[in-house]
Each structure stands twice: as structure tokens, then as C-alpha cells.
Write a protein that binds this ligand. Sequence first.
Ligand code: S3P
Length: 174
Amino acid sequence: MKKNIVLIGFMGTGKSSVGSKLAMKLNKEFVDMDREIENISGMTVTEIFRRFGELRFRSEESLMAKKLSLRDNLVIATGGGTVLLPENIEVLRQNGIIILLEATAQDIHTRVSRKKGTRPLLKGSYTAEDIQHLLDERKPYYDCADIRVNTSSKDLDAVIEEIINELNQYETLS
Ligand code: S3P
């Protein structure tokens, strides 16, 4: 199967760590969209937001989605907000299976609190309730997934195993 695997989901749901391990298992190349944007622009995501604003970041993100959709055999970790522009998912879906990683607001809060300062949308103090509010707002966008996997209370290997099982079933049915 040469199709891309596209991981979507809120910040802190494990897209990057799951993505890099999954890619190794499936013999695919791992690409993290945020890191690619940083490499190309020579700025961190936080810097892009600070200097040029969210709109500019979203346009870099859309360009990256288009570019990656032209390649195959990738595992792509999207940014948490890549889904907000439906055209991003449309292009990524042309050549990819969309997998949503989910987690509880409490788990997300614990995970993102460990990496304070790296996520411009979560600057300042925020609670698990604030995260739940954003999750509720974004739910309709994350509903575009072909496969959903919950990463709360599971270790990395269990998540990978579940994704591989789901992918096998998905391929059998499609
Ligand atoms: C964002 C999520 C971030 C990054 C940017 C915006 C979002 O990626 O793309 O800060 O809108 O949810 P991660 O989901 O990898 O943290």
C-alpha cells in the first residue's frame, strides 16, 4: 500500500510520536508538517505566528498540504489546525487515508503543559476546560477522519498496533 497515512488531531494527541514510529513499522517516510514548514521558512511555528500572524501560518500550511499530497508512501503528522481549511483535507485525502488521534482534554492538558511555549494558540494560562472548549469547536472538522484511534491511557506500542489493525480492516473493506 503506497498511499499516505495522514494523522490529524488536536495538539498533544501524539501525532508526531505516533507518526514517526508508525512510519518505521510500515516502511514509509515520516513527515511532520510543522517541522517541514519550519525548515523551509527558517523560523519556528511560534515565530511565524508572532511575526506574521496566524493567517500567514495557515497559508504556509496549505501550501505544504498541497506539496505533500503529490508524494506517496508517507506518514504525515499534520498540525492540530490543518483540518480547519477543508481544502487541506481534500488534497491530502486524494492520496491518503485520514486517521484521527483522539485524547481527553485532561490528557491533552497534561501533555501540552510539559511543552509550554511551543504552541502559540495555547499561550498564557489555560485549563483542561479551555482545551475542552476548543476541542468542541473543532469536533466537526476532526469528524472528516476515515479511522479514529483514542490515545488516552495507552502506550505508544498499543496505539501503533491499533492503527495497524484498523488499517488492515479498512483496506479489506475498501
Ligand atoms: C496548531 C497546532 C500546532 C501548530 C500550530 C497550530 C493548531 O501543531 O500547527 O501551533 O491550530 O491546533 P501540533 O498539533 O503539532 O501541536
